[in-house]
Ligand binder design. Structure first.
Ligand SMILES: *Cc1c(COP(=O)(O)O)cnc(C)c1O
Length: 239
């Protein structure tokens, strides 16, 4: 966006995004206090997928530093210039990762939240050795056992976590889930927390714009919020 009089649109977006970030942070803090949790124990991940670089930059200018993206290609178009300007930002992959994109993902992301199958885990381990770069990883759990959704099945989670940690030596720090859209999210968040407890993992990435308060109540350490910060997403291109 040019820095001239025509950028009033960008100025408006800046004001909205800063205000939205403040509102979401306040809601996180309120939910944390109500649950007797320290608000500082919860990290807000701003999910900027599909939004242009200007909106991401507005959030950075407002002081935000932790971002989530869903697609490796899109993140490569958007984030290298932003990282050059804001070297201390953290970039998290929270969309499905194909094995043929593992090299790019390891090079770009600081955290990969969607490790969910042995072939992907093995490819990540190989690539981390090759690059000497070790983004921390979360295991995605398909808590609703939805056939079309990514994530390891809850009943397979413990064995898969052990395989990733102990056999492959991946830096697994926690779990991530996306509850079914049409269900009450609490049981899913509670299940994720229980799997993390029994496997000794401390990071819980759960909760989005519609339910992050609930997720905080149930122990989320990271909430992934897009719409409530950046506004509605443009519809995906067709064809
Ligand atoms: C898009 C997305 C989000 C953010 O969703 P909103 O409802 O816009 O807050 C969070 N997590 C994942 C994995 C997503 O794909």
């Amino acid at each position: 966006m040019p820095e001239d009089g025509s950028s009033s649109q960008g100025g408006a977006a800046f004001l909205d995004i800063a205000a939205n970030l403040a509102t979401v942070r306040e809601r996180i803090a309120a939910a944390a206090r109500a649950a007797d949790r320290d608000p500082a124990a919860i990290t807000l991940v701003a999910v900027s997928k599909t939004h242009g670089i200007d909106r991401a930059r507005a959030a950075l200018t407002a002081g935000h530093r932790v971002f989530g993206e869903n697609r490796v290609q899109e993140a490569y178009r958007k984030w290298p210039p932003l990282r050059a300007a804001f070297p201390n930002l953290e970039l998290r992959l929270n969309g499905p990762l194909q094995t043929n994109k593992v090299g790019e993902a390891v090079a770009l992301f600081d955290v990969i939240e969607t490790v969910d199958r042995p072939k992907l885990a093995a490819a990540l381990a190989r690539e981390m050795d090759r690059q000497g770069r070790r983004p921390t990883c979360l295991i995605q759990v398909n808590t609703g056992a939805e056939p079309q959704k990514a994530g390891v099945a809850p009943e397979d989670a413990d064995a898969f976590i052990a395989h990733c940690r102990d056999d492959l030596g991946l830096p697994i720090v926690g779990l991530m889930c996306i509850p079914p859209a049409d269900e009450e999210p609490s049981p899913h968040f509670a299940l994720l927390r229980e799997i993390a407890r029994r496997t000794g993992l401390s990071v819980l990435s759960m909760g989005m714009s519609g339910d992050f308060d609930v997720a905080v109540t149930l122990g989320a350490t990271h909430v992934r919020v897009g719409t409530a910060i950046f506004g509605a997403r443009p519809p995906p291109p067709t064809g």
